[in-house]
Every structure is written in C-alpha cells, then in structure tokens.
Design a protein around this ligand. Structure first.
Ligand SMILES: Nc1nc2c(ncn2[C@@H]2O[C@H](COP(=O)(O)OP(=O)(O)OP(=O)(O)O)[C@@H](O)[C@H]2O)c(=O)[nH]1
Ligand SMILES: [Mg+2]
Length: 649
C-alpha cells in the first residue's frame, strides 16, 4: 500500500426502474450485478449488486448497482452512501421518470455532487427523439449539483458510447477529492454472508481509515468482537484496505447470524452508538405536506436505517423546501459520526422528505427546544476553530471535542492551537475549555466564596471540597482551575481554605471589644499568658474568634489550648535560637532563658519542632539550621499570611 498508489474509487448507479442500469454495468464490466435468482427471474434489481472495472488510465473502480424500483429505495439508499460519483441512467425511450427525480434528490441530500449521465437504450430511439430527451434531462438536472455533468448516449446492445462513458467517468473521478483518512476506520456493512471454506464475510465501502488483516474489530452496535482473517477488494486478496475502497472482510469469531446490513465494523471501542441525532434538516420542495413536530420518519445513514420521532426545535413544523433544526430520536441506536449525511423518508405513504448532515450525536437534553437549536447552530459553525470552541462549552479533552465537532486530528490540533493563542480557549489539566465557559466557572467560584465569607465571616474561607461541590468537576481539572485563578490573583489560598483575596476574617463590634480585653490579658505576662479556655470563660473569645484572630495575625495558636501574642512567640523563639547556637538545651534551660513556665514552654517548643526549627534528641533540643536561617523560618511560622501575600515583592 504505497502512498502514491492510484486512489480506489467507488461509483454507484442511479435511475428509474428498467432504465438499463444493471445491463449497462454488465456491458462495462462483464459482471452481472443481479446476483439473486429472484432478480434474474424477474429481470429487476431488488438488492444492491457489485462489480468493478479498470479505467483506461489503470485505476480500479468499484461499482455499486442499485435498484430503481420505488419499493426498494431503502436498498438504493444503503448503496449510494459511500460513493465518489454516480452514473445516473436515463432510458432514451422513456426519459425522466419519478425515480430519476427521487434518486437525484437523494444524491443531492447525500452530498454526491459528481457523476456522469448515461442516456441508455439509445438504439431504441432516433436522433430527434434523443435530442428532446437530452433537453428534458438537462432541465431536470438544472439547479442540482449535476447540472453540468457530462451526458453520454449509450447502448448496451450495440455497445455504442461505452468508451466515451468510461472516458467521461475517468475525468469526473480524476477531479474528485481524495477520500479522507481520519485513522478511524468504519466499514458500514452492506452485506453479510458465509462462504464455504472461509466462514463469515461482510462487505462494504470503507470510510475514514484503513483496515488490516489481523486487526481486532468490534461490530457496532451489538458489541461482538472478532478478528479480520482476510481482506479482499474486487476479489483480490490484500493485506490492508484503504479508505474509499470496496472491501470484503473475512471475519473470525463472529457468526453470520449476528451480522446484518446497517451494522458497522470498526476497531474495538472506537464508535459509540447514538439514540439521538441533532441536525439541520432540509426538506425537498415537492412534498405532500409539512413535517410536524413528533412525526415519525425513517432515517437512512450509511447502510443503516432506523425509525425516528422528529423533534422540530424551532416552531411547530418545517414546510416543504425549508430547513430547520431537529433532533431525531431513534427507535434503535445507530453508529454515526458528526458530518455524516442522512436522508429521512416518510414511512407511509412512502416519500423521501429531505436530509442533512449530522451535527450532534450526544443527544444532550436542554430545557428548551430553542436552546438545543442554538447549541446545534454553534456546533455546525463554518470554521473549525469555532466548531471546536462550541464543543468546549464544558471541559473536555481536545480529542473528545474534536470528535464532537467532526474534525480530524490535524484540523483539530491546528484549531486548538489557534484558540489558545487567541485566548479563546484555556487548558485545564487533561482538558480544555472555552474562555467564556472558563469565566462561568470562575464566577461561580467567586460567588461561592463570597457567599461563604458572608455566612461565616470569621472563617479564613471555604474548604476546597466545599467549593468543588458547587462545580462538579473531576479533581484534576478542578485543581488546575483553582491554580489558574490563584495565579491570576482572583482567588487566594489561606492554609487549606480558599478565599477571595479581599477577604479578611472580620469580628463584630462586640467581638472586637472582647478581643481588646483579651489582648490586654495576654500582654500582662506575654510568655505566661492565660489559656484559650480562660480567654473564652473570662472574655467570651471562642475558638472561632481565635481562629479569625490567628488568620488576621493577631495571635499565634501554638497548641490546642495555648495562645500567644506574635511578639511573645518571636521573643521566645529568638531566645531559644540564641541559646541553641552554643549547644543543645533541655526544657528546664529553655524555661530559664525565656523566662516562661514549664506549662507554656512545652507547647512553644513543640511549635518550633513542628515548624522545622528544632528537633528533639533524647531530653535535649537541637537547632536544625544555622541561627540566621532559623530566625527567618521563625518569622515565617509566626506570620504565614504575610509571607504568602508579600513574599515576592
Ligand atoms: N434495446 C436495449 N435494451 C436495453 C438496453 N439496456 C437495457 N435494456 C433492457 O432493459 C431492460 C431493463 O434493464 P435492466 O438493466 O435490468 O434495468 P435496471 O435499470 O437495472 O432496472 P432495475 O434494476 O430494476 O431498476 C432489460 O430487458 C434490458 O435488456 C439497451 O441499451 N438497449
Ligand atoms: Mg438493475
């Protein structure tokens, strides 16, 4: 599989019943696409037929032959989904007929914009008639993407025009864009059968990536897993199948009975069946009536189909020729990707209604239908960056967001880089989020903190967990969000709590009065102060108030019941550091050098231990660092808040 190998193309037929599609394919390829006995007996195509040929230039082309009869339109829909170009067949003797028009409409809805028109059975009419029919065909094609498609007179009987037809097809395919390769292969199954000596075989037109012999695969949506035992394209064994080619895959580990048209083969875990498709639905002009909210339709996408209830998101209905945002609620889940084209038909009376391209497969519920429409609108924005941004309305990995926006790896990465550079997206740990959505989260945090400060003005702030519960973010992303807000100066870390930078725990007037008295009591003998219990009993200064005072830097809580003025702790620490400079000291000596009591010295020494200044060795204390470093460390231990907010200035 070399990179410059000619692209493998797939062409489909289309056109009214009996206009000569299958006969033309047989004449071009030597292969009879009508493989069912019933088809041969009735002289009519019922199900899809497959053939292939080599163009004059050497490129291989797979061919999907579809039935023209209106009863088998669903088979036609399953066949034309993956084609590069169409051979639209119009019989010269009959001209444009109903399914000529219906197939044309379906091709347009599915985004198939290239093709060749074959005016077949040319041997049955004279030149004058042929001229009339040609202008009738041109009129039918006007205002469709095939308006300028080459039109070739052919006859399978006399073989007239067959070479011209192939030349025209070769030119059209040469101008067709390369099939996209997203490295996310999907094989929408159009046939499943057993072959003697091989076992289970499925066929389809491969899209979005390559498959290799030996690959593990999963069948979606039923979840069965197996392995690719062999691959063929146009009956030739190959090691790897490329996107856009017709593929027959021989599977091990999966029974034919578990497979059917409409299922999708892909690497395990790479697809997610959906029950709701969000899209802008465009209705054809000539319909029997409008499409109403809650109407039942049949949705065709890839080789699959499902009944769905239509939720019209704007207004009560969509009129013929108009378009509107809808959600299609599927009766059975389908495997589809954003940007897949789909067609909807009315089950009875049977009628092709319209179609569109999938904008959303997540089926997220919104309170109002108009909100859902607005979300879909954003998600199908024209530029990749805008689409990606619309998917970053909540934190998502860039891969996830890319998938939701229908962007392949390269386009997604470029769009993300641009968004970050423009400040329109923000990274949050493993995820990213739009700037606007980031602001929503930031404001929610600020509001949560403001509320906490109002409710408990004495507390340093709200705990991280408390704030997180207002957001429902996974831990890593939440931590990244908080880090960013702290870095931006919008949120302050106060110990284990979060606060608004402006928040200072505040006391009431009475509490301030009580504290004035308490401070006086603490200052009488700063190194032998009253205990916390005494402060509460005598001055009504409770633990909450003490915590706030500690937060403000008015006191240092040294132990569960020991409270000191900051100056006292500083004096004690300096005295101890001085003494330790000339060797280890005992508790008794610490008491003597500081002029305190044993009861107070014990928690104070513990405080120094806890802050990494000193260490116990037997009955002695020793200094860990040198005296100068220890003094700096002491001041940090006493005034943590001051150091944190002003440390870098
Ligand atoms: N005279 C003449 N008859 C043709 C030509 N092409 C097809 N026919 C005949 O037209 C009839 C229908 O041909 P098919 O090829 O089965 O038509 P089809 O479009 O495949 O029909 P469906 O698949 O049922 O939609 C057959 O009897 C063919 O022999 C032609 O070029 N000249
Ligand atoms: Mg046929």
């Amino acid at each position: 599989m070399s990179a410059d190998a000619p692209p493998i193309r797939v062409v489909g037929t289309a056109g009214h019943v009996d206009h000569g599609k299958s006969t033309l394919i047989r004449a071009l390829t030597g292969i009879d696409p009508d493989r069912l006995r019933e088809e041969r007996e009735r002289g009519m195509t019922i199900d899809l037929g497959f053939a292939w040929l080599t163009l004059p230039g050497g490129a291989d082309v797979g061919i999907v032959d579809v039935p023209g009869h209106q009863d088998f339109i669903r088979n036609m829909l399953a066949g034309v989904g993956g084609i590069d170009a169409v051979v639209l067949v119009v019989a010269a003797d009959e001209g444009v007929m109903p399914q000529t028009r219906e197939h044309l409409a379906i091709l347009e809805l599915l985004g198939i914009e290239r093709g060749v028109i074959a005016l077949t059975k040319r041997d049955l009419v004279d030149d004058e008639w042929a001229t009339l029919v040609r202008s009738e065909v041109r009129a039918a094609l006007a205002a469709t993407p095939l308006a300028d498609a080459p039109l070739v007179d052919v006859s399978a009987t006399t073989r007239r025009g067959l070479d011209d037809l192939l030349a025209a097809l070769e030119a059209v395919l040469g101008a067709a864009p390369a099939r996209r390769d997203l490295a996310r292969p999907r094989l929408p199954i159009d046939r499943a059968f057993t072959m003697t000596g091989f076992g289970t075989v499925v066929t389809g037109t491969l899209v979005d990536g390559s498959l290799r012999v030996g690959d593990e695969i999963e069948v979606f949506p039923n979840g069965l897993r197996g392995r690719i035992r062999g691959l063929q394209t146009h009956r030739r064994a190959i090691d790897a199948a490329r996107p856009g080619s017709r593929v027959a895959a021989n599977l091990s580990g999966i029974e034919k009975a578990d497979l059917a048209r409409g299922m999708v083969l892909a690497p395990p875990g790479t697809q997610a069946p959906t029950s709701t498709i969000g899209a802008r639905l465009t209705l054809l002009k000539d319909l029997s009536g409008a499409l109403d909210h809650d109407d039942l339709v049949r949705v065709h996408v890839g080789t699959a189909e499902a009944i769905a209830r239509v939720s019209v998101l704007e207004g009560p209905s969509i009129e013929p020729g108009q378009s509107g945002w809808v959600q299609l609620h599927l009766a059975s889940p389908l495997v589809v990707a954003v940007h897949d084209r789909f067609v909807v038909r009315r089950p009875s009376p049977s009628e092709t209604l319209g179609g569109g391209s999938v904008a959303d497969t997540t089926g997220e519920r919104t309170r109002r239908r108009s909100d859902a429409a607005a979300a879909l609108e954003r998600r199908s924005a024209p530029s990749p960056a805008d689409r990606l941004l619309a998917s970053l309305d909540v934190p998502r990995t860039v891969a996830e967001a890319g998938e939701r926006s229908g962007l392949d790896g390269a386009a997604r990465d470029a769009a993300y880089a641009a968004l970050v550079a423009e400040g329109r997206a923000v990274a949050l740990a493993d995820a990213a989020i739009s700037r606007d959505a980031f602001e929503v989260l930031a404001i929610r945090i600020e509001r949560t903190l403001a509320m906490a400060h109002r409710k408990t003005p004495l507390r340093a702030g709200a705990s991280r967990e408390e704030v997180r519960s207002a957001l429902e973010l996974p831990a890593k992303r939440y931590a990244a969000l908080v880090d960013r807000l702290v870095a931006d100066g919008r949120v302050a870390e106060r110990g284990s709590a979060l606060a608004l930078p402006s928040h200072v725990p505040s006391l009431t007037a009475e509490q301030e009065t009580a504290w004035a008295k308490g401070r006086a009591a603490l200052a009488i003998e700063p190194l032998q102060p009253p205990s916390a219990a005494t402060l509460e009993r005598e001055f009504g200064i409770g633990r909450e108030v003490l915590a706030a005072l500690a937060e403000r830097g008015d006191v240092v809580r040294v132990g569960p019941d020991a409270v000191f003025l900051p100056d006292a702790v500083e004096r004690f620490g300096d005295a101890i550091i001085d003494a330790l400079a000339s060797g280890p000291i005992t508790v008794a000596r610490a008491r003597d050098v500081s002029g305190s009591s044993r009861k107070h010295v014990l928690p104070l020494l513990q405080f120094l231990d806890d802050h990494g200044l000193t260490r116990r060795v037997g009955d002695d204390r020793i200094l860990i660092a040198d005296p100068a470093a220890s003094r700096a460390q002491l001041r940090r231990a006493i005034h943590p808040a001051r150091v944190q907010s002003g440390g870098e200035e």
